[in-house]
Write a protein that binds this ligand. Structure first.
Ligand code: ATP
Ligand code: MG
Length: 436
């Protein structure tokens, strides 16, 4: 009789599991991001993971990669057309409108930490589910606010210890600026249309600025020498861009102007920026990206309302921190491991472990009923500072042994004193764990 083979389940393509060591880094990044967001006056929100698909179709824009081919879209059992969130900004703008936030004092500053879903071609640094920390400052159009948001992104990176990043900055103007510029851009690409990537050929008519953002090797050679929008901004738009730069300089934030930076989403106007490794030229390395979106809220049915924000990819930031050797110490490290010797010692051992944890000490039992030698080997491997050896014979006399795992010194202490002894030792400066 043949039995059916046991199926080995795997993460869906393009997704991954965060294991404890990954999680520690994500938490570390988020702690720094939270603190910087707090200092800049942002409050956190969390919209649902799925929304009406139409929100993104209108918000992100028909004809963008995200809407055209990357959304996880489905009809629920009641027939509603829903999409897993492919980006944060449109959701946050929906929150702003739905909760009447236009009546609050402006700008309204909202931050988020959310999973994002895009049906992308999986590759290094590009997943089908990733996580973004992002911020949106809605309701004000002021160059000082643009600089403040860029500054916040820069400070998050700085506070994590990163010194090898740079800010790329551009202004992509607004619809009026583009009226003069776009025909010139189309003219530039027209003679090469049959050689650029098919997807980009289709964009040439509909969204020609996106050709400048194309990462396809067939299109890239023809990006060289293309006219740039900054040469065609109206005086008002150019002045706004200049003001953003002046504010950044006043804040001491370094930036590099990149006139070909256009970003892949429809809603951006004026200021756009990215934070990338200083030596980067690839396309999977942008850790943080954002810009101003003065038309977005209107596109999703609200009154004309300006806004600016950014999204930061936690997986990319984590990868970058790893490369730079800037990862935090593990948070889950054991401080005390409790070994047992002889039958019946385990009850006393669990009691000690429980009491230590109640005092805020990370304590673990050496499970498995192995030899004392094997248990102490485990203690050394665990990185614990101390082992407690609870032996039946000592216990009968009301004692246990504390072993210093760094010096191998051992001493006997009374059972009812062991928790106090250990908390005292661990709190003393000689035993403070190395700080991250
Ligand atoms: P890219 O040009 O790298 O595709 P994007 O323009 O699509 O990025 P945004 O939509 O602005 O990126 O998202 C903000 C940030 O989220 C990016 O800078 C990046 O750090 C991260 N990010 C975007 N897409 C992915 C993905 N598929 N996997 C992992 N991180 C991502
Ligand atoms: Mg993308």
């Amino acid at each position: 009789m043949s039995s059916s083979p046991t199926r080995q389940f795997q993460t869906p393509r393009g997704t991954r599991d965060l294991l404890p060591e990954d999680y520690d880094i994500h938490r570390h990044i988020l702690e720094h991001a939270r603190e910087q967001a707090r200092l800049a006056g942002f409050g956190f929100i969390e919209p649902p993971t799925f929304e009406q698909a139409e929100l993104f179709a209108r918000g992100v824009g028909e004809g963008t990669d995200i809407v055209e081919k990357e959304m996880y879209i489905f009809d629920d059992r009641g027939g509603d057309r829903l999409a897993l969130r492919p980006e944060g900004t449109a959701s946050v703008c929906r929150v702003y409108l739905q909760h009447g936030m236009a009546n609050l004092s402006q700008p309204v500053k909202l931050a988020y930490h959310l999973p994002i879903f895009r049906y992308e071609r999986p590759q290094a640094g590009r997943f089908r589910q990733h996580t973004q920390f992002g911020v949106e400052a809605i309701g004000v159009r002021d160059a000082a606010l643009d600089a403040e948001v860029i500054d916040l992104g820069w400070r998050v990176a700085e506070s994590l210890g990163l010194t090898d990043l740079k800010i790329l900055l551009n202004s992509i103007g607004d619809i009026q600026d583009r009226r003069a510029y776009v025909p010139l851009l189309k003219e530039h690409f027209e003679p090469h249309l049959d050689r650029i990537a098919p997807d980009d050929q289709a964009r040439w008519d509909r969204a020609p600025m996106r050709l400048l953002d194309s990462k396809d090797d067939r299109t890239k050679p023809f990006q060289i020498g293309a006219p740039v929008i900054t040469d065609h901004l109206r005086a008002e738009s150019a002045a706004y861009y200049d003001a953003v730069k002046s504010h950044l300089e006043a804040l001491g934030i370094p930036y590099e102007e990149r006139p070909t930076l256009v970003r892949g989403l429809d809603y951006y106007t004026h200021t756009v920026f990215e934070i990338v490794p200083a030596d980067a030229d690839g396309s999977q390395v942008t850790v943080l990206a954002g810009g101003r979106y003065d038309g977005l809220i209107e596109q999703i049915g609200g009154p004309p309302t300006p806004g600016i924000g950014f999204g930061m990819g936690l997986e990319r930031m984590a990868h970058h921190l790893r490369e730079q050797g800037l990862t935090p110490d593990s948070d889950s490290a054991t401080e005390v491991l409790i070994a047992t010797l002889g039958d019946g010692a385990d009850i006393a051992a669990s009691k000690i472990a429980g009491n230590l944890r109640r005092q805020g000490v990370a304590a673990t039992l050496a499970f498995g009923g192995r030899s004392l030698k094997a248990q102490l080997r485990q203690a050394n491997r665990s990185g614990a500072r101390f082992a407690v050896i609870a032996g039946v014979r000592d216990l009968a006399e009301g004692n246990v042994t504390i072993r210093d795992l760094q010096t191998s010194d051992q001493r006997q202490v009374a059972l009812d004193a062991v928790v106090g002894e250990l908390t005292g030792e661990l709190a003393s400066p000689a035993y403070t764990r190395p700080q991250d």
